[in-house]
Design a protein around this ligand. Sequence first.
Ligand SMILES: C[S@@+](CC[C@H](N)C(=O)[O-])C[C@H]1O[C@@H](n2cnc3c(N)ncnc32)[C@H](O)[C@@H]1O
Length: 200
Amino acid sequence: MDAIDWESMWAPYDDETYQYVLAQVGADDVVVDIGAGDLRLARQLAQMVRRVYAVERNCDLVQRVLPLLEPYPNLVVINVDALVWQLPDDLTLAVLLMRHCTRDHFATYVKRLKQAGCRRLVTNARWKMGVEVIDLGHNRRYDPDRAGWYACHCGAIGFTAPEFASITAHSVNDIVDVVLCPDCILQAGIDYGEYRPCVA
Ligand SMILES: C[S@@+](CC[C@H](N)C(=O)[O-])C[C@H]1O[C@@H](n2cnc3c(N)ncnc32)[C@H](O)[C@@H]1O
């Protein structure tokens, strides 16, 4: 099986994961659930928010759950590839529970969500075993002089240790979310010597 086969596999997550997601939403939210599976989370979300777009490309899965949807008039189910679907412009929150999401696809989702004006993403795609809320609205860059973990909007995660002496208990626990990381710098062909963590 390759990465894309894994990404296409449906499996539900544990209740703790769903409770974490549900704790992030408010009554006015408009949510897109990307790779919504059998809609078990989307149905719970629909009871708590203004509208849910549940996007799932597995046709059999969607067909099976359609009869369960009558009590959820604010749940819109879209049977399509989420990587190419035109996102609506009223989104306030996105959910991407897809542990096997590839880095490329993660970066594509983030780019498209930003373009659609969505500013929050709840996902397990970057850390795989952990769920997090990502602020899609900031412009923070990677700082090579800071000791500690970073996680980038391209999907990369990493730990920087300029000097071992600079690693503290705080730097081991603290994660900084960035929009440009060493992988991005390499890919963009930016000369590392010329790189500055702050945008002037
Ligand atoms: C691990 S399951 C998680 C299902 C659901 N989010 C949950 O927590 O119960 C991942 C789901 O994402 C769907 N998926 C993967 N890539 C997709 C894409 N590009 N567009 C739509 N659905 C996708 C798969 O078909 C699968 O049902």
